[in-house]
Design a binder for this molecule. Sequence first.
Ligand code: NAD
Ligand code: UDP
Ligand code: UDP
Length: 343
Amino acid sequence: TRKPSLEYLNRIGATGGKIPLGLKRKGLRVVVTGGAGFVGSHLVDRLMARGDTVIVVDNFFTGRKENVMHHFSNPNFELIRHDVVEPILLEVDQIYHLACPASPVHYKFNPVKTIKTNVVGTLNMLGLAKRVGARFLLTSTSEVYGDPLQHPQVETYWGNVNPIGVRSCYDEGKRTAETLTMDYHRGANVEVRIARIFNTYGPRMCIDDGRVVSNFVAQALRKEPLTVYGDGKQTRSFQFVSDLVEGLMRLMEGEHVGPFNLGNPGEFTMLELAKVVQETIDPNANIEFRPNTEDDPHKRKPDITKAKELLGWEPKVSLRQGLPLMVKDFRQRVFGDQKEGSS
Ligand code: NAD
Ligand code: UDP
Ligand code: UDP
């Protein structure tokens, strides 16, 4: 495979300063597609703080300018309204490819568009990486395991995915994106990294994106009943966003292609999650059962042995620690919105 250039190694600090090429670590030029979204905007904050030049490419389908507005006056920051389904020319060192709606409600809204984003969008970003010799990181998903028959999920598990279901635009789309990533790696020597992200929550999530943590928190704050789908015994493992961003950056700077599971192994049923939300916000919040959605995975929990060993990474923030940080942000936005509406 292609060896990273000395200049590149020096820029990311991987030479430990032993190579006298520029005494100070220069900032990288980094593209973050989907950088105006929930995870992307937190990643942008970290990259900007590190002194990188950051270009956000986003079509604002689920992202918001408000998430990155605090960087507008910084000359190292650039925001481009662009749909990754169309080609784009940029000169950069690294590409964090996040562009894709992540909430089931959003990705099912226009499934064909979701597939185009995952397939054509990823192809374009890989073409860009190939042209300029940039390192490319794909944010794949635990959904590539489908309704898993192995528990917890290890990276070597190939998954149990319905190819013709309502979630397929997303999980098959991401599986194809992983395939493209490996084919550009093997065929065109592009330096690639693959993260399989498990359910992540935190400040800046869309309030009404339909995901379970954002739904429960917004419902509890609004004094509405928490909507538990199905019997509420299905499980998920919830990771706080700062842990994910740390994992993504370690993966990008490290030597290993992956795929790597990035998630918090703490597993909760939806009823247990509802209980934690009640304890955190409102012990009197009611629970209302609703019919579940089609093809809902019964359980999901990452095996993170590989990331621990090869990236030296593991999550630090438990659900009970992370939830209050998200609630603070949601409280401001839920009640701030009302003030805006009445003024
Ligand atoms: P998000 O919806 O908040 O962010 C996605 C961003 O991509 C938004 O800013 C959106 O406007 C942008 N976007 C969507 N389609 C685009 C297109 N065609 N062109 C340009 N921009 C486009 O979601 P998120 O939670 O921040 O997820 C970020 C990435 O992480 C996604 O790729 C998602 O699949 C992956 N992921 C997230 C989770 C999670 O729990 N949050 C779990 C697994 C994987
Ligand atoms: N691409 C892009 N920006 C670039 C280079 C390529 O958007 O800087 C797009 C290009 O338009 C193509 C895709 O990436 O649709 C794949 O590019 P590649 O060069 O791998 O394939 P080819 O253009 O030869 O089909
Ligand atoms: N869910 C729920 N109530 C809600 C929203 C979701 O009980 O208001 C359930 C959903 O059926 C699924 C789990 O919570 O079993 C996680 O759903 P989410 O959409 O957050 O993410 P997924 O992991 O399915 O992509």
